[in-house]
Write a protein that binds this ligand. Structure first.
Ligand SMILES: Cc1cc2nc3c(=O)[nH]c(=O)nc-3n(C[C@H](O)[C@H](O)[C@H](O)COP(=O)(O)O)c2cc1C
Length: 176
């Protein structure tokens, strides 16, 4: 059986991106899902001096190992001031010091959501522009707007958005 990882680019306990990534992963059929939480991979703030003095922390290796052991990735990015959240960028930077092609050509469903109407579209565009240079193989992307209006009890309530996501998940599934 194929295995996928799902995670949010957030360290919030109640992360809406974690909820969306978890829901999307539940729509993928016949796979083993490993839901990861960035809080379980604490890392010092990246700095070249730290790296020279201490090397690359184990948690960066552990997260990269989870990517490499997977057959596909579902990632939902939090948007902070039009960019990656600090916790995600930090992990991304650390992993890039181990392997510049860190996404390892694994099929990816890349998403973002926010409470606002743009649904994290700005950070999604940043990631779409960048990941391709870093081993990223984005099969589909999905921006989910106005999270609090469109998501309840672990599920998307807006039919059109739910149908859009289901189609994108099916396309992701076909590439696993
Ligand atoms: C520092 C900070 C900056 C934010 N900037 C944006 C932003 O640029 N665009 C946006 O749509 N939401 C922004 N938000 C709201 C986040 O989308 C919201 O907190 C969301 O819940 C974050 O995702 P998470 O719950 O998965 O962590 C910001 C929130 C914080 C704390």
């Amino acid at each position: 059986m194929k295995n996928i990882i799902a995670f949010a680019g957030s360290n919030s306990k109640n992360s809406i991106n974690h909820q969306l990534a978890t829901y999307a992963s539940s729509l993928v059929e016949n796979v083993k899902v490993n839901i990861l939480d960035l809080n379980d991979f604490e890392l010092p703030l990246y700095g070249i001096d730290y790296e020279i003095d201490h090397g690359i922390p184990d948690n960066a290796h552990k997260f990269l190992d989870a990517i490499k052991a997977s057959d596909g990735i579902i990632l939902s990015l939090a948007e902070h001031n039009g960019a990656y959240s600090t916790v995600f960028k930090n992990l991304f930077d650390w992993m890039s010091r181990i392997d510049g092609k860190l996404w390892s050509e694994k099929p990816m469903l890349l998403m973002a959501t926010s409470p606002g109407g743009r649904g994290g579209a700005t950070v999604l565009d940043i990631a779409k522009g960048r990941f391709a240079y870093m081993g990223g193989h984005i099969i589909e992307d999905f921006s989910f707007p106005s999270f609090n209006d469109n998501f309840t009890d672990g599920k998307i309530t807006n039919e059109a958005l739910n149908s859009d996501l289901k189609n994108k998940v099916a396309s992701f599934q076909n590439k696993l």
